[in-house]
Design a protein around this ligand. Structure first.
Ligand code: FAD
Length: 478
């Protein structure tokens, strides 16, 4: 048995929750170890999530623009083609660069990186095992942070063979452009990866249980997104359908996937056939291999680790953050929790995390983003509100670039004018949402946003116009 190594704190999992927590702990003077079972650091986000999906979204957008929009700008190129090996190869290089970046940060902050699966021996001791099960390290610390993230959620009847019936992980590695693809789930991951292949020419069919896309976001965004994806990429949508099975049939080049679904309203069974089927119905907390019982820990009905407001589990000295606990499964949420916890452990009094002010973004084109309360939430709570909306269609910057789809919607309190929610779909919205987050955090009024100077010509002016509309229907360019 290896000798026991003692640390001030140990973090399990090197995703954006774990590695950011480890850095902040080290900055605050703790002697920190981080355990990661994969060969590279960065977790789901850097290896098979946020970063590789954005790399493919960027590449596919270049292809789509070269094929469909360059000529509008007077740029004539011969018919563009996709080299899948180079397309996927560039993404692999991006992943390599960013994961090495995390390794550099660990070194810079003198954090001990231990490769292997961490498993509790008792409340303050971990065994770290190699893939064969051999214990390579024994680590002990009075503070252990579980940041083991999530895995793709299963759907009963859907047989993922990782070849034709695939998850987001395999969708980042395809060696051909599918002619047809069924995407099970109209949420963020399904729409982003569906867009990647839709832009390359795949006929994409989305089968969604709810009656709209991106059901967690403001209802207007899902409606507009469906209209745009249909118009630009020829997506087909089947809402109100519960998928009951998905399997691969045939051999060799004749391999096909068959998806069956039941129409929720009528109970009618519908069948879809496609070259590939992407299962994208969400993710679930990952705790396999941790041997939680040895520490006296259990999981809730959804497999998540229960925590209090200070991220402490039922066992003193053991904490949990990120996808493995309640709340939105987002990289920036995991990192915010990691920093908060590190500062709390150092005896600081960090400002509370306002969960309803964490923005959600969909990196399709146009992009979609929202923060704060949706219109449905305000209605359900009986909060008096007013809505201001500004479309990109007449907006000068949008006309110049040709990106005229979408709108900015601002919801403000009817009496106080305080901004309660901002929901947008349009060009470069992923970056524009930062202004809305600041406005919500500082409890700005719609009139505050309307008064601040916004550079001309920028897409950000649409935020100002929507704020003017919310203030007193005073939009200037409508
Ligand atoms: P993870 O990133 O999942 O990291 C957990 C780590 O723990 C993993 O590396 C795992 O190997 C390791 N681990 C698990 N068990 C053990 C063990 N016993 N011992 C040692 N190591 C262990 N979020 C966004 O905010 N923006 C996006 O654009 C976005 N795009 C996404 C696209 C896709 C395709 C996917 C799948 C996800 C995307 N997400 C996005 C979600 C984001 O990736 C997660 O919310 C984020 O990675 C969660 O961070 P985490 O640190 O909690 O867990």
């Amino acid at each position: 048995m290896p000798e026991t190594q003692a640390f001030d704190a140990i973090v399990i999992g090197a995703g954006p929750g774990g590695y950011v927590c480890a850095i902040r702990l080290a900055q605050l003077g703790f002697n920190v170890a981080i355990c990661e079972k994969e060969a590279t650091l960065g977790g789901t986000c850097l290896n098979v999530g946020c970063i590789p999906s954005k790399a493919l979204l960027d590449s596919s957008e270049h292809f789509f623009n070269a094929k469909h929009h360059f000529a509008d700008h007077g740029i004539l190129v011969s018919e563009p083609k996709v080299d899948m090996a180079a397309f996927i190869g560039r993404k692999t290089k991006v992943v390599d660069q960013v994961t090495k970046g995390v390794a550099f940060l660990m070194k810079k902050n003198k954090i001990t990186v231990v490769t292997g699966t961490a498993s509790f021996k008792d409340q303050s001791t971990l065994e770290v095992k190699a893939p064969g099960g051999e214990v390579t390290h024994v680590l002990t610390a009075p503070r252990i942070v579980i940041a083991t993230g999530s895995k793709v959620a299963d759907l009963p009847g859907v047989v993922v063979d990782a070849d034709r019936v695939i998850t987001s992980t395999e969708a980042l590695l395809l060696t051909e452009v599918p002619k047809t693809m069924v995407v099970i789930g109209g949420g963020i991951i399904g729409l982003e990866l569906g867009s990647v292949y839709g832009r390359l020419g795949t006929q994409v069919t989305v089968v969604e249980y709810a009656d709209r896309l991106i059901p967690g976001m403001d209802a207007d965004l899902g409606k507009e997104m469906a209209r745009i994806l249909k118009k630009h990429l020829g997506f087909e949508f089947h809402f109100g359908h519960a998928v009951t099975s998905a399997t691969t049939t045939g051999k060799g080049k004749a391999r096909k996937t068959v998806v069956t679904a039941k129409q929720v309203a009528s109970g009618t069974e519908v069948t879809f056939e496609a070259d590939y089927t992407l299962l994208a119905v969400g993710r679930s907390a990952y705790t396999a291999g941790l041997n939680l019982q040895a520490a006296g820990l259990t999981t809730d009905a959804k497999g998540r680790i229960d925590i209090n407001d200070h991220f402490q589990t039922a066992v003193p000295g053991i904490y949990a953050i990120g996808d493995v606990v309640r709340g939105a499964m987002l990289a920036h949420k995991a990192s915010d929790e990691g920093v908060w916890l590190a500062e709390h452990l150092a005896g600081h009094k960090p400002a509370p995390i306002h969960y309803h002010r964490i923005p959600g973004v969909v990196y399709t084109w146009p992009e979609v983003a929202g923060v704060g309360y949706t219109e449905d939430e305000l209605k359900a709570a009986g909060t008096p509100y007013k809505a201001g909306k500004y479309p990109f269609k007449p907006h000068g910057r949008s006309v110049a670039s040709g990106d005229t789809d979408g709108f900015v919607k601002i919801l403000a309190h009817a009496d106080t004018d305080e901004v309660l929610g901002v929901h947008m779909i349009g060009p470069r919205i992923a970056d524009l949402i930062a202004e809305a987050v600041v406005a919500l955090e500082f409890r700005a009024s719609a009139e505050d946003i309307a008064t601040f100077s916004h550079a001309h010509p920028t897409y950000a002016e649409a935020v100002k116009e929507a704020a003017l509309d919310a203030t007193a229907k005073r939009a200037l360019h409508l």
